[in-house]
Design a protein around this ligand. Structure first.
Ligand code: AMP
Ligand code: GLY
Length: 428
């Protein structure tokens, strides 16, 4: 059964691949009239792009244009209180409020939350003093993980193979390498296993898991080289077996919801648990308070529901009325990145072949692109495109996605050749 919403205009905050996938899906809703994106990106067809910078300007715009639903992509505006601001002005917005967004904004806060509510995670200790952190590292030995507290644009985590490397990370944190994010440091047990991304939509009363996904964090094939924002993703992730789902539902999602209630968190948004599947069961590496990027691209491709209806229901605390439906297939997203990423990279290279890739049935989600004065699509970020395809199996989706990738060219394009390799091994 579908709920009838008034036709509405929608505003999406953000401009990456995740937001492109969100507007792509929202535009398929018969209940969505106009779609605005701030700042959006050049790949977003049929979307009016806004160059508003402050949260106040965004709220003003939403009031003036009577925006019926605002969806927030990135974590920074959530941590800055965009949800609180919009709700104070009577606007409907999908996302956790500022207080609840600390689950991503502060690793120390998230660790406390998990400990209080019995959510399995790595053993850890939190320090505000460098000498004490160093003493703990020496006592624990390596391998060990050092995390700067606070948002560090994905760069604040060091998985140290040796005590010296861990001590250097502690020193870097307290020396200000991650700004304010390093004044508190979490030192954590190093977990071994396969990672999965578990996302769920909640309104505080009901929690609906999304299809499972797996990301590829390292730049290089075989999970080598430095960490990135994510070089590709696929859904479903066969590592998440039905048995594992049952444990995750009980030990992670149900306890998360109970924890939100006990702590009186106003959580009407998506919660993303980075899970390590260890020999001792699933353990949470981190919470994100937003959709994953690039996991959202393949996940949304497989969602049969009207996304506007689902997100509006969560914002209105009516999620109990919703059942999610998933296509019984697979989707794979291959991220194409600029040469040098995740380090420094050039901008402005002309991209060709996107229409040819789309003709093969792939969705090419833009992340870091711009239009040059000649109207050509050029590179403008580290992660440039997310080439996403569906298939009956992961194997079919992989073949289609890479066929589409092969159509696309720019000078210095780099991408991993082994996206979904783990799933393919399991399928075989
Ligand atoms: P985070 O930003 O906390 O997700 O960390 C980034 C990446 O570092 C994760 O995706 C993992 O690959 C790795 N990582 C984080 N915490 C741990 C841990 N306790 N043990 C092993 N690897 C970890
Ligand atoms: N793909 C990792 C993230 O969104 O944080």
């Amino acid at each position: 059964m579908t709920m009838q919403l008034e036709p509405m205009d929608v505003l999406v905050i953000g401009g990456g691949g995740r937001e492109h996938a969100l507007v792509w899906k929202l535009r398929q809703s018969p209940q969505v009239r106009r779609v605005f994106a701030a700042p959006g990106n050049p790949g977003m067809a049929g979307v009016e792009r806004l160059s508003l910078s402050t949260l106040d300007e965004l709220a003003e715009f939403a009031v003036r244009e009577r925006i019926g639903l605002t969806v927030v992509g990135p974590e920074a505006p959530l941590c800055d209180g965009i949800v609180d601001l919009f709700r104070a002005r009577g606007l409907r917005i999908f996302g956790p409020d500022r207080n609840a967004a600390q689950l991503e904004g502060s690793k120390a806060y998230a660790k406390d939350f998990m400990a209080r509510h019995g959510i399995p995670t790595a053993a850890s200790a939190t320090f505000t003093d460098g000498a004490a952190a160093a003493a703990y590292v020496r006592a624990q030995g390596a391998p060990i993980v050092v995390k700067a507290d606070g948002l560090a644009a994905g760069k604040g985590v060091v998985v140290a193979a040796t005590v010296d490397e861990a001590l250097a990370a502690v020193t870097d944190c307290f020396a200000g390498a991650f700004g304010d994010a390093g004044r508190t440091v979490v030192v954590e047990e190093c977990l071994v296993g396969e990672e999965a991304s578990i996302l769920a939509i909640t309104d505080g009363d009901t929690i609906l898991p999304l299809a499972s996904a797996q990301d590829h964090k390292r730049i290089g094939d075989g999970d080598t080289g430095p960490n990135t924002g994510g070089m590709g993703a696929y859904s479903p992730a066969p590592v998440v077996t039905p048995e594992l789902w049952a444990v995750i539902q009980h030990e992670v999602l149900d306890r998360f919801l109970a924890g939100c209630r006990a702590d009186r968190l106003d959580y009407r948004g998506v919660i993303y648990a980075g899970v390590m599947v260890t020999a001792g069961g699933p353990k949470i590496l981190e919470f994100n308070v937003r959709f994953g990027d690039p996991e959202t691209q393949p996940i949304l491709m497989r969602l049969d529901n009207d996304l506007a209806e689902v997100l509006a229901a969560a914002a209105d605390r009516r999620l109990g009325e919703v059942t999610l439906h998933w296509a019984d297939d697979a989707a794979v997203c291959v991220v194409m990145a600029a040469q040098g990423y995740p380090g420094a990279y050039p901008k402005g290279a002309v991209i060709t072949g996107i229409p040819e890739a789309e003709k093969l049935g792939a969705a090419v989600f833009h992340a870091g692109t711009a239009l040059n004065p000649a109207g050509q699509t050029v590179t403008a970020g580290g992660r440039v495109l997310g080439v996403t395809a569906r298939g009956a199996t992961i194997h079919d989706a992989v073949v289609k996605a890479y066929a589409a990738v092969a159509c696309i060219h720019w000078d210095g394009a780099q991408y991993r050749r082994d996206i979904a390799a783990r799933a393919l091994n399991r399928e075989a």
